[in-house]
Write a protein that binds this ligand. Structure first.
Ligand code: NAD
Length: 291
């Protein structure tokens, strides 16, 4: 296939490189001038999308996605697929979907989980929203870039799944970290805490697969001075999107709201920027009830 790839950042560059390595003709564009292995870089965004069978976007946020989509949809050939893999607000995804539909294009919102490691290894999970026809057009590309793609529903459903998942993840990480910090103060050995919780009803992905305590459980960013992994500021972004969606849908999400406040303080006021999101544990470790 001929593929246009817009946004060759930490995630987009390895994803585009995997498509090129699979034999697709990939034309890439990024405002920062970044490139990717096997991808032909072009100077104008139109050059990347004109005549392409599919265009993939991997951009920082919904505002940029809307601006880029407005620019490219007018140059894409009718029937081509626009696949947005960025994490953006549900409303932006739906708005771009409507615009694409009016121009006779297929649209899929397909945010990912798996991070930079998953992007490089081609093992991402795609959570996709769009018509069955649009999903079918994107599926062969998901297979190259990832190991799993779930068709979640109509346009916006992929973003909805992503932010609900990450709201659970943020809340659970905080719960796991504050419980470790409490266990410390109660004199409970961290390894014993892990042995019990990881096999009891408090188990979770954050405890069992991504333990925030260094030297305990499987290898995780905690064992590497909390180098991300999944950066606290990306968690902050996703928690912001989930609260934005909750407000729009009138959903009561008190734990998600509190997690957003805690990650906001951590990133903006407590040197959490650039740390893995599991570095909430050393944050709680240092604090008492009055802090
Ligand atoms: P990044 O900042 O490394 O990459 C974004 C790229 O988009 C940059 O290279 C930037 O120059 C480019 N860009 C910005 N405006 C542009 C425009 N108008 N036209 C063309 N290019 C433009 O970010 P990333 O880590 O690659 O993340 C991309 C998306 O994936 C985000 O929405 C993020 O939330 C999501 N995501 C990231 C991770 C992760 O671990 N990094 C995991 C899951 C999802």
């Amino acid at each position: 296939m001929k593929i246009g790839f817009i946004g060759l950042g930490n995630m987009g560059a390895p994803m585009a490189a995997n498509l090129a390595a699979d034999g697709h003709e990939v034309l890439g564009f990024d405002t920062a001038g970044t490139t990717a292995v096997g991808v032909t870089s072009v100077a104008q965004i139109e050059e990347a999308v004109r005549g392409a069978d599919a265009v993939i976007t991997m951009l920082p946020n919904g505002e940029i996605l809307r601006a880029v989509a407005a620019q490219i949809t007018q140059h894409m050939k009718a029937g081509a697929a626009l696949i947005d893999c960025s994490t953006v607000d549900v409303e932006s995804a739906r708005s771009v979907a409507q615009d694409a539909d009016k121009k006779g294009l297929l649209f899929v919102d397909a945010p990912v989980s798996g991070g930079i490691g998953g992007a490089a290894a081609g093992t991402l999970t795609f959570m996709a929203g769009g018509s069955p026809e649009a999903f079918a057009a994107a599926a062969p590309l998901f297979e190259v870039m990832g190991q799993k793609a779930v068709h979640c529903g109509d346009a916006g459903a992929g973003q909805a799944a992503k932010i609900c998942n990450n709201m659970i993840l943020g809340v659970t990480m905080i719960a796991t970290c504050e419980a470790f910090a409490l266990a410390d103060k109660l004199g409970l050995d961290r390894q014993k805490m892990f042995d019990v919780v990881s096999t009891s009803s408090g188990y979770s992905w954050t405890m069992n697969a991504y333990c925030p305590a260094p030297g305990v459980g499987p290898q995780s960013p905690a064992d590497n001075d909390y180098t991300p992994g999944f950066a606290a500021e990306l968690m902050l972004k996703d928690l912001g999107l989930s609260q934005q969606a909750a407000e729009a849908a009138d959903a009561d999400t008190p734990m998600g709201a509190r997690a957003l406040e805690l990650y906001r303080s951590f990133v903006q006021d407590e040197n959490g920027q650039g740390m893995d999101f599991s570095a909430m544990l050393p944050r709680f470790e240092k604090r008492g009830r009055g802090d």
